[in-house]
Design a protein. Structure first.
Length: 324
């Protein structure tokens, strides 16, 4: 079932300490201190288990990983934290230790939520399987592609199409369409000298973007202005001279766009979030100091049962949150 994706007028961030999700922050443009609206994950806003890694979020539902990519006994959950609801996925049988990665996506066309699983088979080529929430009983094979760089590859989710790169080359971007379930490759911007492991794919303003954040003086962002058209890549160079001097040389990775087209950026493995105003070409500090990783999130108060159906078992963290 499809529904509006938000019950909030303001963007939020899920903050992780190390690799584990710990805090929720709601960002209000006129609030001098977003920390006033920080919610520590608690029984009223709770994940299924401690020490959970975020795979991705869609319309307020989050996909979470318990364990690590090489663990035979890792677990994957779908959760709606404000309601304390969660659903544990039954994973494909894994006979030996292998590197796995996941993406969580939603198709506006089919109005379905899907989890994509990548498992390395040989020579860094991964077998891809998909599971549709509320529809599939088993994971379905959809093809093979180069393995993603990290355990989660949901950040560059543009209109239900998930994108990733691999470690071997930087001239191709791979994609999975959650509606048609087609695997395709796109041409990256021409002439890239930066290796793929130093590049980051993100969605900004409903646009596929490729970021090179490692330079000490600037962040380069390539925008695919017309999706699927390689000639439409346009580069923006953002100078970091207005970031506070003691952290200016660090890596800043774009997270999302928010008020008036400003770009939120997270200091890599740091505790700072900054906002870049493209009109004024200036950074301002956002008073968020609690997390080492930030992910865009919009809470929802729709039950998981609207996604997986009444017949599937939804579990609750303690205490159970009643839905009015």
């Amino acid at each position: 079932m499809y529904h509006k994706r938000t019950s909030s007028n303001f963007p939020s961030l899920l903050l992780s300490i190390g690799d584990y999700v710990q805090f929720l922050v709601e960002l209000k443009p006129d609030d001098p201190s977003p920390l006033k609206s920080t919610t520590v994950l608690s029984p009223k806003f709770h994940l299924p288990s401690p020490n959970m890694r975020l795979i991705g979020s869609c319309n307020g539902f989050v996909c979470l990983l318990k364990g690590w990519m090489f663990d035979l006994d890792h677990s994957v959950y779908i959760s709606n934290p404000p309601l304390g609801e969660y659903f544990k996925l039954k994973l494909p049988k894994q006979e030996k230790r292998t590197r796995v990665a996941y993406a969580f996506c939603f198709s506006e066309a089919s109005r379905q939520y899907k989890v994509l699983r990548s498992a390395v088979r040989h020579q860094k080529v991964a077998e891809l399987k998909v599971y549709t929430l509320g529809v599939d009983e088993k994971w379905r094979y959809v093809g093979e592609a180069p393995q993603p760089l990290s355990v989660s590859f949901s950040k560059a989710n543009v209109n239900g199409v998930v994108h990733w790169m691999n470690s071997e080359k930087n001239d191709s971007i791979y994609s999975f369409n959650s509606w048609t379930e087609e695997l395709k490759s796109l041409l990256a911007p021409r002439g890239l000298e930066t290796p793929s492991y130093n590049l980051t794919l993100v969605e900004l303003g409903n646009c596929l973007c490729l970021c090179s954040p490692n330079h000490s003086e600037y962040v380069d962002i390539w925008w695919m202005k017309e999706y699927g058209i390689a000639e439409s890549w346009t580069k923006t160079r953002i100078l970091k001279d207005t970031i506070q001097s003691n952290i200016r040389c660090d890596i800043f990775i774009p997270i999302s766009t928010w008020k008036d087209g400003e770009i939120l950026m997270q200091r890599y493995r740091g505790t700072q979030v900054v906002s870049y105003n493209p009109k004024e070409k200036k950074f301002t500090k956002v008073k968020v100091y609690l997390g080492h990783k930030s992910s865009s999130y919009i809470p929802s108060f729709y039950s998981l049962k609207t996604v997986i159906g009444e017949s599937c078992q939804v579990s609750y963290t303690y205490p159970k949150i009643d839905i009015v």
